[in-house]
Design a protein around this ligand. Sequence first.
Ligand SMILES: Nc1ncnc2c1ncn2[C@@H]1O[C@H](COP(=O)(O)OP(=O)(O)O)[C@@H](O)[C@H]1O
Ligand SMILES: [Mg+2]
Length: 228
Amino acid sequence: MIMIVLKDLCKIYNKGQVNEVAALSGINLQIRENEVLCLKGSSGSGKSTLLAIMGCVFPPTSGVAEVGGKKLSRLPDRFLTLHRRGLIGFIFQQFNILPQLTVLDNVMVPLMVLGYPPVARRKKALAILKRLGVSHRADFPASQVSGGELQRVAIARALVNNPAIILADEPTAHLDHKLSLSFLDFMMELKEEGKTIILTSHDPLVADHVCVDRIVEMADGRIISSCS
Ligand SMILES: Nc1ncnc2c1ncn2[C@@H]1O[C@H](COP(=O)(O)OP(=O)(O)O)[C@@H](O)[C@H]1O
Ligand SMILES: [Mg+2]
């Protein structure tokens, strides 16, 4: 099955204004279920914008984006949000963790939004924290855990609702070599569970990792090469 279809996709920021930017032009890409794809390219090439469209954060300016069998341009905003919540786990470059909440509360947020009752929320959140080796930090305020732990908390939060698609924007940018490798090993485990994963990175460690099936290179908002 094809999980993501992008046809002639364009994204223009600030359209019609003096600061207009064509961030993506004529993107055509299909990603199959259970594929692990690495998007690489220099800063400003459009990787984060493309990931945000795949993640239903905003629709493209023109062209077609189908994610999990639904055409995004046809979905009104509130359905876009619902579609995203059930299907996609997004690991942001800045972790977007709420520092004043505990680690456990941070991980439970997506389940709260999805309407899980409190006991189920706690159980699921603790299970994923345990799997990522940070359950001993569950009751710590997020502001008091280390950078590496925080990254695992962010991953736990992205995965707690068991999404079919995992999107990670420069996931190893703030990690040392050892933590980067353990992150990639974890992506390999998720691939074995059948997840579809899209990573953006200019870190060769990511592109060269065994979990990656295909590398797509971008420049100036276009795809310039694709190799499996
Ligand atoms: N919110 C935004 N408003 C205006 N321009 C943006 C915005 N986000 C990104 N851009 C521009 O779009 C282009 C692609 O950016 P981005 O997708 O962030 O690339 P990458 O992730 O590869 O660094 C860049 O020229 C960037 O400056
Ligand atoms: Mg980026």
